[in-house]
Design a protein around this ligand. Sequence first.
Ligand SMILES: [Zn+2]
Length: 332
Amino acid sequence: MKTRRVIGLSVVATAVIWFQVAGRFEARRSDAQRESRAQVTSRPASLRIDSDRLMATVQTLADPRFEGRAAGSPGGVAARAWILERIKAIGLQPVSGSYEFPFKFTRMSVNGRVEGEGANLLGLCLGTDPKAPMFVVSAHYDHLGIRNGVLFPGADDNASGVAVMLAVAEYCQKTPLHRSVVFAAFDAEEAGLQGAKAFMIAPPVAKDRIALNVNLDMVSRNDKREIFIAGTYPWPQLRPPLDGVAKRAPVTVLFGHDKPMPVAGGVEDWTNQSDHGPFHAAKIPFVYFGVEDHADYHKPTDTADKIDRGFFVDVAETVLEAIVQLDKSITP
Ligand SMILES: [Zn+2]
């Protein structure tokens, strides 16, 4: 979910001039990143991601039988049960004795106060050092549901993120990392990051035991084969290991969308646009993977057949490599 901000007219005039200058600088910088990327065309030795299962997960979650997975709807509840079966089949353990964490929320909408409910799904992959602070790898599984009789399948947003999160969990179970990882399928993100907020209000693991949130939201299609990493501006210590990953990645990795707009020359700030926002607000570092908005964003046309399989698998490999390298680089 991403929103646009409104600013005053006089500020607009100055801002426009400012933005053009800074924007040109920002554009030149990403061009530079694209050029350096073109120089290195290596692929990870072995594809660690099961690409058939990755695609099958998206096709399943975007299927009309899950009715666009609106939080708390019958389709959303059915999708939750399907994901929970996958979490158990992968062998992840319950967190603090549970996999399912229901919550209620209230939010203001154009129609006034709205009451809602949902449930987060959590699974634990134990690391080799149980004392090491954990990672939370997250992706929201809800989407817009059926509106005025029209289905919103939400293939890229965010069945794709859930698919990559489950693929990383499968790898983690086979090849444990140094630290333990909580895999979180958050609910009600489209209703205002409600699942992530509920997680932060009553964290099933102590906040000071969480070293990093890696959030995945819309990771399966981009015409220029570009994936953004947001988070290294507010959390610069994360940049060196990710620079290494970006150099070796089979896709173009761009860093950005994590600065206040005036500083970034009008480039949108995604810091509070998905489930990593509540972690950031709780002063927990985050890394967010996501593509730029595409023509089918929040449209009934965000379907599984629009997914670029090659790009999607390469992004999944890149996310996995980033988590492996961050696990090694973040101490303790
Ligand atoms: Zn989303």
